[in-house]
Design a binder for this molecule. Sequence first.
Ligand code: FSO
Ligand code: SF4
Length: 598
Amino acid sequence: MGMLCDQCQESVQGTGCIARGVCGKNEETAKLQDTLVYALEGIALCAEASGTPVRADLGRFISEALFVTVTNTNFDDRAIVDKIFKALALRDELRDRLSEDPIPVSTGWAEESREDFDGGDEASRIAAYSGDEEAPSSKHRAPLTLRDKERRRVGAAPQHDCVTWTGESKEDFVEKARTAGVEALSDNEDIRSLKSLMLYGLKGLAAYTDHAEVLGYVDESIYEFYVTALAALTKDLDADTLTGLVLETGKTATKAMALLDRANTETYGNPEITVVKTGVGDKPGILISGHDLRDMEELLKQTEGTGIDVYTHCEMLPAHYYPAFKKYDHFVGNYGSSWWSQDKEFESFNGPILMTTNCIVPVRESYRTRMFTTGNAGYEGVGHIPARTDGSPKDFSEIVELAKGCKPPKEIENGEIVGGFAHNQVVALADKVVDAVKSGAIKRFVVMAGCDGRQNSRQYYTDVAGALPDDTVVLTAGCAKYRYNKLQLGDIGGIPRVLDAGQCNDSYSLAVIALKLKEVFGLDDINDLPISYDIAWYEQKAVAVLLALLSLGVKGIRLGPTLPEFLTPNVAKVLVDTFDIKPIGTVEGDIEAMMAGA
Ligand code: FSO
Ligand code: SF4
């Protein structure tokens, strides 16, 4: 049996990717990723049966392992195999403890466990953490709710295959995917579809949780949900129960984005309106892409005074908006555009490239020796900067030394991008925005957040942004912005017509802005605001963002460029009937409908 992957928007319509991914993922990598998720399901069943809170090291490991399986993150089989071995070791430890020391059924949450979890014992667990990233400090912890506590139920050691199987080699793990992939989720295609929706949303929110953890921010209730959701993948559940879990995934995604927002803003300050240059200087440069701001910080520190300039690519552009990074004179601008054009742009950049997360596209020989991954990102044949150890920063000296011998970047454009309109900045402008709405100068906001992608059909988003009436404002976040952030759309009384909140996770900011406007206008329902949603999706973080918006009560979202391949007609109908989700249509038709409030 070949691979089957249908988790992203570029999945082959009608079948999913079955021979090789459109993203470049090969059959073995796809299967290893399936097996890794299956191993996590084993961990979840054992953790659920233990009846105790999810250990911090387990939660942290699950964040990383799920992130590794997100589209375009890791194409390095050795890294995935390593994760599977670690997952099996963690699972076996939990399972063996269950059988050796069964905890009485129906005690629910034991208060002494909670004390133990909050105390020194947990610190030693964190110290014993063996994941790729250094363990976070636990200074920023969100408390568990009563509901989380109630969700814990103690049971006997589970007998499911995901708890008992084992393997000793990459070949074993590839082979295991025969019975561990998407098709194994259920024989019923609607149940499989709901489980897929939950799993893909979970992968996305795990990526955001991982970024927060890297900065030392932890929300244990997210770990509890990992266990609930991953364990649910192994169970024979009905559609109603799974629909409830899908909605819970959205709520947890909101928590993950809120946590990351806190982590980023408390660490690096609130994003501010910023003009970012797109031209180049005459010094060698390092290009940094992905979403990890701690990598950004450490690279800036280690390049200071070296004669090397630092540029951002794609989703790292919003790093320019943070006060903490503005003080670096050698942090000069943004180079290029969206992830899918990286092969050409990395070639002309001339200097080293650091990929801190997705999206990686198949690497060309012309820049392979100049490219590096770090964290959860990986690509076979490309250098990898190891994780932090002993509280020390990552060591980027190899990249810095390489940059010194490189030519400066070749100029491919020379303009400006304006951004930094995250919630704090927009709320600071609230009076101006509210006055503009009341006076009729702004008739409508259109949220066009999400992802960009290769397909020509995404020209729709450029055309919509360009054709929207002059009294509309586009609210954006994520790499979707590259479809229109270089159009000269002007401003309304000093408010730019494209307000970029930041990375895809900063879609949370757009939700905060909407909730703030609802409050200011004294409305009962977020859907009564003059806001339309025209969202572009690509990978699983966008699934998490979509589910988060639904959990906040947003209705009438247009989703494109196509609806997810993994939604069956019945599941799509539930989304349509409950949330009025609709596929994008024509540019003219959609603009007319949005301006009419539909
Ligand atoms: Fe884009 Fe890629 Fe941020 Fe995604 S670069 S597509 S949703 O990884 O994460 O927006
Ligand atoms: Fe296909 Fe997307 Fe899966 Fe890649 S991640 S194999 S493009 S569905």
